[in-house]
Design a protein around this ligand. Structure first.
Ligand SMILES: C[S@@+](CC[C@H](N)C(=O)[O-])C[C@H]1O[C@@H](n2cnc3c(N)ncnc32)[C@H](O)[C@@H]1O
Length: 355
């Protein structure tokens, strides 16, 4: 995986330049290494980077092993030395406000024997990060229709309720009973910047409300409908609406396949953050749209084919239903598995006037 190693003082400027030439890989974390910073970059030609950056700054391009980029941004070289001791058990950790989540590599006997060491990792994490009060370990992959994962308490205050701040909003949720990913924070901020004052928005698969709340908090005149099947997620969605003092979101508990019919032709924007199956909901998406609307759809798929397949599915579906679809934007959101990535495609549909 490629990184640009730069002087710490130049980080922000170089990051902006990389963003401008679409070379900054937002799916990976920036790593600090003494007084150098490693900025993750996409696999674009070194020539393109040279052309834009070489004259202005000192830098070098590094190719690091995947293992390193899995470690969190807050693991500097010293920490990483300590961390190495434990890497048989955990590969980095994620932080959701007050809770740090370490991952077991697998369920092998060796891992089980080493679980005792998780407490040492946890103490080290709590000592080095004052805001972290609890450490848990993720013991299963995300699965099921509610997209949940299993956790085991390791150390600190015994709770599974996270309080997490992002994009000027605060979110509370039970990590065992609801889905939440901090890796989508850039996407929430990106979409928020596209919103105009009085939009009518539907967030399908809304979870505990991160997309909707980030938008509603800043755009008070928008009218937002959230649809979510998991009653625990809806419970926290309602709590988060109160916590953030928001008045322009309605939470609907139920299946998108049923609830959509209450909102036919309602939306000028639809957000569909269910990458596992969102492409199966094109009928419902189209049905809730006004004559023209913008859709942000998240999809998992094979790195080499997912963009083409998604665009084709969108365009064919629109054509069959007498709509035009125009792809406005697409990007990789994050790697998902060895072969698969999560992508987002923004597209506009407009009712065709041809008979
Ligand atoms: C990948 S999560 C996304 C949650 C949230 N939008 C976020 O970004 O944090 C997908 C969500 O869709 C919900 N879900 C799954 N199937 C659904 C359905 N048929 N109708 C409504 N919600 C559904 C799950 O419970 C889960 O909360």
């Amino acid at each position: 995986m490629k990184y640009l190693e730069v002087n710490k003082k130049d980080t922000e400027q170089i990051k902006k330049l990389l963003e401008k030439i679409k070379a900054f890989d937002k799916t990976r974390k920036i790593i600090q290494n003494k007084n150098k910073i490693l900025i993750p970059i996409l696999n674009i030609s070194n020539g393109k980077i040279k052309k834009h950056i070489v004259k202005l700054f000192d830098y070098s391009i590094l190719n690091l092993k995947a293992k390193i980029q899995k470690q969190g941004s807050r693991i500097d070289q010293n920490q990483s030395k300590n961390f190495k001791k434990y890497e048989n058990i955990a590969r980095g950790y994620d932080i959701l406000g007050n809770i740090a989540i370490i991952k077991y590599i697998n369920k092998s006997e060796k891992s089980k024997k080493l679980i005792g060491k998780a407490e040492q990792i946890a103490k080290w994490i709590i000592n080095s990060n004052p805001s972290i009060k609890t450490v848990v370990a993720q013991t299963s992959p995300i699965s099921g229709k509610f997209r949940l994962r299993k956790f085991k308490y390791i150390s600190g205050i015994k709770t599974f309720i996270a309080t997490y701040k992002e994009n000027n909003c605060i979110f509370k949720f039970d990590i065992r009973k609801t889905f939440f990913s901090n890796r989508l924070s850039y996407e929430r901020s990106r979409i928020n910047k596209l919103i105009k004052p009085k939009e009518a928005i539907i967030v399908m698969f809304a979870g505990i409300g991160p997309f909707a709340i980030v938008i509603a908090k800043q755009h008070k005149l928008t009218n937002i409908i959230c649809i979510e099947l998991n009653k625990n997620a809806v419970h926290y969605l309602k709590e988060n609406i109160k916590l953030n003092k928001i008045g322009n979101i309605k939470a609907e508990l139920g299946n998108v396949k049923k609830i959509y019919s209450k909102y036919k032709n309602f939306a000028n924007r639809v957000i569909v953050p269910m990458p596992k199956s969102s492409i199966d909901y094109l009928d419902q998406i189209l049905s809730v749209c006004q004559k023209t609307a913008i859709i942000h759809i998240y999809v998992f798929g094979d790195r080499d084919t997912v963009f083409a397949k998604t665009s084709k599915a969108i365009e064919e579906h629109a054509r069959k239903n007498n709509y035009k679809a125009k792809i406005l934007f697409k990007r990789i959101v994050r790697p998902y598995s060895a072969k698969e990535i999560e992508i987002v495609v923004d597209f506009k549909i407009s009712k065709s006037t041809k008979k």
